[in-house]
Design a protein. Structure first.
Length: 148
């Protein structure tokens, strides 16, 4: 005789959906640090197919790309610092000059620059007791000299 077949309780197998990756900004996706690049390169070498290893020219090309990225980052930082220094020098050079600028209401005002603030991210000048961002200055007005 054969033994009766007993039915096992049915079980449902489910898998949790993978958690979506959180992305803080679009810039995060386009930024790759040199450390991350090296980690990817090492992982690529570690998990490569032994029967088809990465050729030397590909490895050298990727290393050269890393070097180019680092050089561009250094140039960008130097350029940003140079622009900031130039803005500071421009603001300092306006002391004693009459300038026209846009006030917070969008009206054109003018006055004598009595001081320059060069600390912080954006230089500014002090015109008639009002702090004016360098980007709001529209014109530097030459002093009028009386004609004899």
């Amino acid at each position: 005789m054969t033994a009766p077949i007993t039915q096992l309780p049915s079980a449902t197998i489910t898998s949790a959906a993978p958690a979506p990756a959180t992305i803080s900004s679009a810039a995060d996706q386009s930024q790759l640090s040199s450390q991350q690049f090296l980690q990817l390169l090492v992982a690529q070498l570690q998990y490569q197919d032994p029967s088809h290893p990465v050729d030397n020219s590909t490895l050298m090309s990727e290393t050269a790309t890393l070097n180019q990225i680092q050089t561009m980052q250094q140039l960008t930082a130097a350029s940003t610092e140079q622009m900031r220094a130039q803005q500071q020098q421009t603001a300092a050079g306006m002391v004693g000059e009459t300038v026209s600028y846009l006030d917070s209401a969008g009206n054109t005002q003018s006055g004598l620059v009595s001081a320059a603030t060069i600390a912080g991210s954006s230089p500014s000048v002090l015109v008639g007791g009002q702090d004016v961002a360098l980007s709001q200055v529209q014109q530097v007005i030459a002093p009028t000299t009386p004609t004899p």
